[in-house]
Design a protein around this ligand. Structure first.
Ligand code: HSE
Length: 304
C-alpha cells in the first residue's frame, strides 16, 4: 500500500558567507514547503513567492527535479499535484532554486517510497543547480563545506560540527540579481594574493566557529574573490556592509550571489536592520529585513 502524499520542508541558505566562495553555505530559519500527491493529471500550484510568475508546467524547476529523481530511481514519474508554498524570496541569493530542487528530489523519494543516498541527492541537485553551496546546506542543515569531487564522480559535503552561529539580519532589496549575471561578471582568473587572502579567511571562519571565537568573524568574512566584482551590479553593497558594521554587527557579507545581504548580530538586530535599510535607501532602493537563525535540521520529509 503506497502513501498518498508527502510534505518536504527545505531551508533557505546563505552561500559563500563572504570568504568561502562556492564552498560554504549556511542553512537558515526561512523555509519553502513542497507538497506532493498522486493525481490524474499534472497540476502545479504556487503560493507565495513566485505566485503568478513561476511556470506551472513541466518546465517548473521543482517538477523537473522530481522527474530527474524518478528517472535516477528507474521509475516512470507518476502523475502528481505539486503544491509549492514558497516563502524564500526569488533571485536574492537565498537559495530559493536550490530549495525547489532539493524539495522536488525528496518529494520523489518520499512518494515512491524509495531511498537515495544523501550523496546522490546532492549530486543530482548540484548538477541541476550548477553549483553545490546552496543545495548542500539546504539538504543537510547547519554550515556545510561542499564542492565537486576532483574525479568527476559527484559532490563532497561535510557539515561543520557546531552548535552556534550568531543570528543574522538579512536585508532583501526590492531588486533581483540573477545568479547567472552575478557569475558572468566575475573574472576568469584572480591574483594569487587574493586567493590566499580568501583561503586564510575561509579557514578562519570555520576555525572561529568551531572554537567559539566569534570575535574573529569580521575578519573571517572579508572577501576579494566575488564581492568587489559584484559591487558593479549592486553599487550599495559596500555601504550597506559598512553601515551594518558601524551599527554593531559582528560581520556582514553578500548572501550567495546577491542581492540579499546578511549581517550577523548579537542583541542589536534592530539597530543593524535600520542602518542597513537606511544605507540601501540612500541609493534609491527600498527593501525589508528578516532576522534568521541557523537551521540545524536541513530538509525534513513528512509522509501521509
Ligand atoms: N556560490 C554561488 C555564487 C552561490 O556566489 O555565485 C549562488 O547563490
Amino acid at each position: 500500500m503506497g502513501i498518498a502524499g508527502a510534505r518536504v520542508k527545505v531551508p533557505a541558505t546563505i552561500a559563500n558567507i563572504g570568504s568561502g566562495f562556492d564552498a560554504l553555505g549556511l542553512a537558515i530559519s526561512w523555509h519553502n514547503i513542497v507538497e506532493i500527491e498522486r493525481s490524474h493529471k499534472l497540476r502545479i500550484e504556487i503560493h507565495g513567492e513566485g505566485e503568478g510568475e513561476l511556470p506551472r508546467d513541466e518546465s517548473n524547476i521543482c517538477y523537473k527535479a522530481f522527474v530527474s529523481a524518478c528517472e535516477l530511481l528507474g521509475e516512470k514519474p507518476p502523475c502528481v499535484t505539486l503544491r509549492l508554498r514558497n516563502f524564500i524570496p526569488l533571485e536574492r541569493g537565498l537559495g530559493s532554486s536550490a530549495a525547489a530542487r532539493v524539495g522536488g528530489i525528496l518529494a520523489a523519494t518520499a512518494l515512491l517510497q524509495m531511498e537515495l543516498k544523501s550523496e546522490d541527492v546532492l549530486t543530482l541537485a548540484a548538477k541541476l543547480e550548477g553549483h553545490t553551496d546552496n543545495v548542500a546546506p539546504a539538504l543537510l542543515g547547519g554550515l556545510v563545506i561542499s564542492g565537486w569531487k576532483s574525479d568527476g564522480t559527484g559532490v563532497f559535503a561535510v557539515r561543520l560540527p557546531i552548535e552556534y552561529v550568531p543570528p543574522a539580519v538579512v536585508l532583501i532589496p526590492n531588486c533581483v540579481v540573477p545568479t547567472e549575471l552575478a557569475r558572468s561578471i566575475l573574472p576568469k582568473t584572480v591574483p594569487l594574493n587574493d586567493a590566499v587572502f580568501n583561503l586564510g579567511r575561509a579557514c578562519l571562519l570555520l576555525g572561529s566557529l568551531v572554537a567559539g571565537k566569534i570575535e574573529f568573524l569580521r575578519e573571517a568574512l572579508m572577501d576579494r574573490l566575488h564581492q568587489p566584482y559584484r559591487q558593479k551590479l549592486m553599487p550599495w553593497l559596500s555601504e550597506v556592509i559598512s553601515a551594518a558594521l558601524e551599527a554593531g554587527a559582528i560581520a556582514a557579507c553578500l548572501s550567495g550571489a546577491g542581492s540579499a545581504i546578511a549581517a550577523f548580530v548579537k542583541d542589536n538586530a534592530e539597530a543593524v536592520s535600520d542602518a542597513m535599510l537606511t544605507a540601501l535607501q540612500r541609493h534609491g532602493i527600498n527593501g525589508y529585513t528578516k532576522l534568521v537563525h541557523m537551521d540545524k535540521q536541513g530538509a525534513q520529509v513528512e509522509r501521509w
